[in-house]
Design a protein around this ligand. Structure first.
Ligand code: GAP
Length: 439
């Protein structure tokens, strides 16, 4: 298959808006910086992605799921280190007041906004957590945080899950949910935002077995991205070394994807030791030990290997990877196609009657197809335009109902990628799709 030829992020931003994938939040009010709304097609794509992750991670013996609250006891964030240490170094341009993350720019260069030289302030720590008040009385005790990662909701439920589900080590807990970070410099469309969704899994294990688990999960997670259709040459590992390694980790590596702005982090796989559980045990005063009945009833705090992928970043990678502008400059043939793997495509099939007169059999077919697959019905415009629209949203198959349908009880199936067409009988449409969309 041909390669993505996406030239810039702006092409993706405009296609996303034009075709109902992603809109700027509060657009009628001029938008809100770095906040985005998923439209009808975006939410389908995102749901497909989340469903695939959930199945891959929890349809196994050793992983179960949770859905924890976004608000947590404020001491959680003290124990996890986020209150004191979840900071980025911030610098300001003294001339135009633009703010930057010091580690993301070269401070010896002029300000990117106003061009002033030597205009930066000293770096100072900026805590990335959002906070708000819980309840009607505003005081220090009512301060709560919007979680900056979903992981802590898993750590504090470790014993609840382990005992109720009677799990033995090693086992994992998976979760999908929103996280919030007051990023100093959000940007690159949905790559870095202040509200985003994470798909995280904490794998609890016996101390000393973390290296093996890390290798196992690295392979699983890499392959998952390939199974979604991402091309291997667009993925690479970025192991954390020296200063990059978080204080709680004994090993960490990222899976990076080559986004339109360059290679950047999509997923992190971290060996987090017993840091988090130990901290919660200390701050809560409650034992968070595991009783190992397979090893002389020893009690210990498990180690953890975590896999953490941003749903929005993953979706951005999928859209970038799927993008093709074909037959550029050819007025007749030019088309933009999102060549999603069919299992992720937001719409699987479109039913297109050639003329209004053919609505009756077309609607009947649509009703049948819709029982099985997310489908669209489109009567407006020339058939060529309708195919182009479906190409742009990545629909793998179009079913065209024409005048011959009335005679031969058959329709034309058009394949998105090859644009080849074949005739199949109406009775056989669902079987045909089942066969092609088997996953
Ligand atoms: N629990 C571990 C953790 O949160 P992280 O590397 O800070 O680790 C994990 O975040 C993933 O969450 C990242 O690899 C990225 O995909 C996503 N992510 C983090 N910050 C984000 C942001 N501001 N916008 C979008 N996604 C973000």
């Amino acid at each position: 298959m041909s390669e993505s030829n996406l030239k810039s992020m702006s092409d993706l931003v405009s296609l996303s808006k034009r075709r109902g994938f992603i809109f700027q939040s509060s657009e009628v009010y001029g938008g809100l910086q770095s906040c985005w709304d998923y439209g009808p097609l975006g939410v389908e794509l995102k749901n497909n992605l989340k469903e695939r992750w959930w199945k891959a991670m929890t349809f196994r013996d050793d992983v179960v799921g949770v859905d924890a609250s976004i608000f947590m006891h404020p001491t959680v964030w003290k124990a996890s280190g986020h209150v004191d240490g979840f900071n980025d170094p911030m610098i300001d341009c003294k001339n135009c007041k633009e703010r930057y993350r010091e580690d993301k720019i070269d401070p010896s260069q002029p300000c990117q906004k106003c061009g002033a030289k030597d205009s930066f302030t000293e770096a100072r720590d900026f805590n990335l957590m959002f906070n708000t008040q819980m309840g009607p009385v505003e005081d220090d005790k009512s301060k709560v945080y919007l979680r900056p990662e979903t992981a802590q909701g898993i750590f504090v439920n470790f014993l609840n899950v382990q005992t109720t589900m009677r799990k033995k080590l090693p086992f994992g807990i998976a979760q999908i949910g929103k996280a919030f970070r007051n990023e100093i410099s959000p940007g690159n469309f949905i790559f870095r935002t202040r509200e985003f969704e994470q798909m995280e899994m904490q794998y609890f294990l016996k101390p000393g077995t973390q290296k093996e688990a890390m290798e196992q999960w690295k392979e699983i997670r890499w392959n998952w991205h390939l199974e979604n259709g991402l091309r291997p040459d667009k993925l690479r590992w970025h192991p954390h070394e020296g200063n990059e390694l978080a204080h709680y980790a004994d090993a960490a590596t990222d899976i990076e994807y080559e986004f339109p702005h360059g290679f950047d982090e999509m997923e992190g796989i971290h060996s987090r030791t017993d840091f988090d559980l130990k901290q919660h045990q200390e701050f809560s005063g409650k034992k968070l030990e595991y009783l190992d009945t397979q090893d002389n009833n020893k009690k210990y705090i498990p180690y953890v290997v975590e896999t953490s992928v941003g749903c929005d970043r993953c979706l951005l990678a999928l859209m970038s990877d799927a993008y093709r502008l074909e037959f550029e400059g050819d007025k007749e043939k030019e088309r933009t196609v999102l060549k999603f793997d069919p299992k992720l495509a937001p719409i699987k099939v479109a039913v297109l009657p050639l003329m209004k007169k053919l609505e009756e059999p077309a609607k009947k077919l649509f009703a049948e197809v819709q029982k099985h697959y997310r489908a669209e019905y489109d009567l407006a415009g020339s058939i060529g335009k309708r195919y182009r629209r479906q190409d742009e949203i990545g629909t793998p198959f179009c079913l065209t109902v024409d005048f011959d349908t009335l005679e031969d009880q058959a329709v034309t199936v058009r394949d998105r990628d090859s644009m080849s067409q074949e005739r199949i009988s109406l009775d056989n449409v669902v079987n045909y799709l089942n066969d092609k969309l088997k996953f």
